[in-house]
Design a protein around this ligand. Structure first.
Ligand SMILES: CC(C)(COP(=O)(O)OP(=O)(O)OC[C@H]1O[C@@H](n2cnc3c(N)ncnc32)[C@H](O)[C@@H]1OP(=O)(O)O)[C@@H](O)C(=O)NCCC(=O)NCCS
Length: 338
């Protein structure tokens, strides 16, 4: 990418935005830790050693970015705002296949806030993705973050879903009584069509936005590799009633220090959805308990009152609202493929 120049600071140093260099990853790591991780450590837990390992891995891979450009291989990277040799802001840009990219975890050094660095990082990230002929940009943000809400509106992102972020400290093994017509099994290839139908029924906009296809339910080689590198374990379970899939959940967890993450959690609407949701959730919480993970996060569409009610009954607490946003970047001859 071209280097974008921003304002000059009082001591006449320019702030420039460009792709990260390998030697800057430690600074990016510290910046992200300061901006997010420490503030949210109580909620998510924090395994600093694991994050450091990942930062080291990205530093290694970043050496190949120019080669990936030449070969037209999309790879995730970080755009940084740099003042002199100091990284003062950063944003992650991540390709997800099918020309869909996400913009994630933007942060600006507290001493450099309020100077438009975030706004410019976001503009450059959109430009970077357009240059790579990305067709859709997605992102999530806490709706209470005023700067994000403002800049995303300016850049014409639209909110396609609002979710409640909920949190639980698991203090006991939930009672788990499963009726004989119900069963919970790991997701198998033969389930994917039925599970895909549940996903579409419950969360159609998300499925369309991410151009989700049934095969996406099974991890690709690349995503298995990514999880291995980041030490992310995952479980996907299907709830069956009389042999028919009626619920689906995916759980990721890393180390006992960090919170597990339930996403998505879908139950086919019916008159006993609440009971089905309770059974599936009990299964997940029992699993986490057995694996010594004592806290967990979930994001649930804020309109799904019945499911939210079940999570509240299990002791989950609402933490914040999250906006899921989407934008189609504009560039010449932009025709969207489906
Ligand atoms: C959120 C964050 C990235 C903003 O960075 P920043 O460089 O200070 O933001 P900008 O200077 O580009 O501000 C963009 C707009 O938001 C406004 N804004 C910034 N911070 C604000 C705040 N705390 N409250 C209200 N408005 C705010 C600015 O006034 C500006 O609008 P204006 O130019 O019309 O005045 C930074 O505060 C941060 O790193 N926070 C912690 C990490 C985080 O929450 N990241 C979430 C990103 S999704």
């Amino acid at each position: 990418m071209e280097t974008a120049k921003l304002e000059k600071t009082e001591n006449a140093e320019e702030i420039v935005i460009r792709r990260v260099k390998g030697s800057e990853f430690n600074q990016v790591f510290e910046l992200v830790m300061d901006a997010f991780a420490r503030a949210r450590a109580g909620l998510t837990g924090l395994d600093v050693r694991r994050r450091r390992r990942m930062a080291r891995f990205y530093r290694l891979v970043s050496g190949f970015l120019s080669l990936f450009d030449i070969l037209h291989i999309d790879f995730e990277t970080v755009l940084v705002a740099v003042c002199g040799d100091k990284v003062v802001g950063e944003v992650h840009v991540v390709p997800h296949g099918r020309r869909i990219w996400s913009i994630e975890s933007a942060a600006v050094d507290a001493r450099f806030r309020g100077r438009g660095i975030f706004r410019n990082l976001m503009k450059e990230a959109v430009g970077y993705i357009a240059q790579r002929r990305g067709e859709r940009i997605v992102g999530i943000f806490l709706t209470s973050t005023a700067a994000a809400a403002k800049v995303l509106r300016e850049l014409e992102f639209e909110i396609f879903e609002e979710r409640s972020l909920m949190h639980l400290e698991i203090r006991e093994t939930p009672l788990f009584d499963i009726k004989s017509d119900l069963s919970i099994k790991a997701l198998q290839k033969e389930d994917i069509q039925q599970v895909y139908e549940i996903c579409k029924r419950v969360d159609q906009t998300r499925m369309e936005t991410y151009k989700f296809v049934p095969e996406d339910l099974l991890d690709s080689f690349a995503s298995r590799l990514r999880k291995k590198i980041a030490s992310i374990h995952s479980k996907k379970w299907v709830l069956h009633r009389d042999g028919k899939a009626v619920g689906y959940v995916s759980l990721t967890y890393t180390s006992p220090e960090e919170a597990g993450n339930i996403e998505p959690f879908y139950i086919l609407p019916s008159e006993n959805s609440s009971e089905l949701a309770s059974v599936l959730l009990s299964h997940v919480l029992n699993f986490l308990w057995t694996n010594n993970v004592r806290r967990v996060l979930v994001k649930l569409n804020k309109d799904y009152a019945e499911t939210i009610e079940v999570f509240l009954r299990f002791g989950f607490k609402h933490v914040a609202f999250i906006g899921d946003v989407m934008k189609k970047p504009a560039y010449e001859n932009h025709t969207e493929t489906n």
